[in-house]
Ligand binder design. Structure first.
Ligand code: ACO
Length: 370
């Protein structure tokens, strides 16, 4: 039996959702290039595309938008749980538990995509509740007249966002929606393949996304730019980190061996939306880290990934640093649920093998003789 650590280069399903060309740095959702979707489309349309496999007609899109908006509210139980834990808890732990509670509350049978819509609509409400309640700010009810991204920003910052900010979040969320068989999607599928429920599967996805080698890297990347403090310190910081065997956060990817296309798009937005002195300085630092990092790691195919610039974008929009992985989850839930839906159409229990390397035939020694 062949050992493939980390299941590298192993395919576990066929998919028509997402294609990644890691050599050329290309990404497609349902056959559409991410560059076109980021330029011309929006959150709701791309969510529809990923779930239903086609672009919606105008009527279908309007209907879908209302369905998504109407599901934004959360129960008093969830509100009080989030308020109670928001000051001490890690936001990903709070989100994971809140999604688990959503599962307890959802008594409707069937309608898989209906449940996926419900979870997707409620996650931004839970995230805003975490940020506002821990800062002793009043909780705002979702505004159903706003788009998904506009409402998300409104609930975080307490004011209606300008068109540029909502467009930036719209694009950033689109870029995070799916990425083929990443670690968190795999975690969702392992759970779903046992014929467990959608909420349990999404909870597994959130748990896997939390780690710093996956979705937790966006927050770590920004922390790294803050630690560096000034563009003059970049070279020394990066070389010091790499020579001591540490990893540059926001760099490297299992599939991309060139610049991640999502990082290219986010870099453009991050530089375009630079707002104040602190953010301008952080962007300058990030660009210098990119330059030095590529100089050292580029020849090994290690380049900036989606998490390198996304944190800067989220921070500029008013999100607190430790919330970044939850924003990632708020978009990736669309890919998770689309892959679960696709997998269950031809389900096979996921149960790989391990190669045993221990001893056999040992004599059992009673406890008093050990
Ligand atoms: N900085 C320095 N060296 C790196 C980096 C990095 N960011 N990434 C990979 N390497 C090196 C490793 O040290 C290793 O070197 P070695 O062969 O000399 O031991 C080699 O490249 C291969 O690394 P692996 O971890 O085996 O490769 P893998 O495909 O598993 O790595 C991963 C992918 C985990 C994302 C890695 O690049 C990493 O840790 N990056 C930093 C964290 C990060 O940004 N994560 C977000 C990824 S994108 C996402 O999940 C949304």
């Amino acid at each position: 039996m062949e050992l493939r650590k980390g299941l590298e280069d192993i395919a576990i399903k066929e998919t028509s959702i997402t294609f990644i060309d890691g050599e050329l740095g290309r990404l497609y959702y349902r056959g559409y290039s991410i560059f076109d979707l980021a330029s011309f489309s929006n959150f709701e349309e791309v969510a529809y595309l990923i779930w239903y496999g086609k672009l919606p007609t105008r009527h279908e899109l309007e209907d879908f938008k209302s369905r998504l908006a109407e599901e934004r509210g959360v129960s008093e139980d969830i509100t009080s749980f989030v308020v109670r834990t928001s000051k001490q808890g890690n936001p990903m732990d709070i989100l994971r538990t809140a999604v688990s509670m959503l599962g307890l509350e959802d008594r409707q049978e069937g309608d898989f995509i209906g449940k996926a819509i419900r979870i997707t609509a409620k996650i931004p409400t839970i995230i805003s509740l975490i940020q506002r309640s821990r800062n002793n700010q009043e909780f705002l009810e979702p505004d159903l007249s706003l788009s998904h991204a506009e409402n998300f920003l409104y609930m975080i910052n307490g004011t209606k966002p300008n068109a540029q900010d909502s467009r930036v979040l719209d694009v950033a969320l689109m870029l995070h929606m799916d990425h083929e068989m990443n670690a968190s999607t795999m975690a969702c599928l392992v759970v779903a393949s046992t014929l467990s429920d959608i909420y349990s599967s999404v909870v597994a996805g959130i748990s896997a996304l939390k780690g710093p080698l996956h979705g937790g890297a966006n927050s770590e990347a920004l922390k790294q730019f803050m630690e560096i403090g000034s563009p003059d310190n970049v070279e020394k910081y990066v070389m010091g980190k790499l020579s001591s065997g540490q990893r540059l956060m926001g760099f490297g990817h299992r599939i991309y061996k060139s610049m991640d296309p999502r990082a290219k798009i986010l870099k453009e937005y991050a530089t375009r939306m630079a707002k104040n002195e602190e953010i301008n300085r952080l962007i300058e630092i990030a660009m210098k880290v990119e330059e030095v990092g590529i100089k050292v790691l580029g020849r090994r195919g290690i380049y900036p990934n989606v998490d390198f610039y996304s944190g800067l974008v989220f921070y500029s929009l008013g999100f607190e640093q430790d919330l970044f992985p939850t924003i990632f989850a708020s978009a990736r839930v669309i890919g998770w649920t689309a892959h679960i839906d696709e997998y269950l159409k031809d389900n096979k229990l996921i149960r790989p093998k391990a190669i045993y390397v221990g001893d056999l035939g040992k004599r059992y020694v009673p406890i008093d003789e050990r």
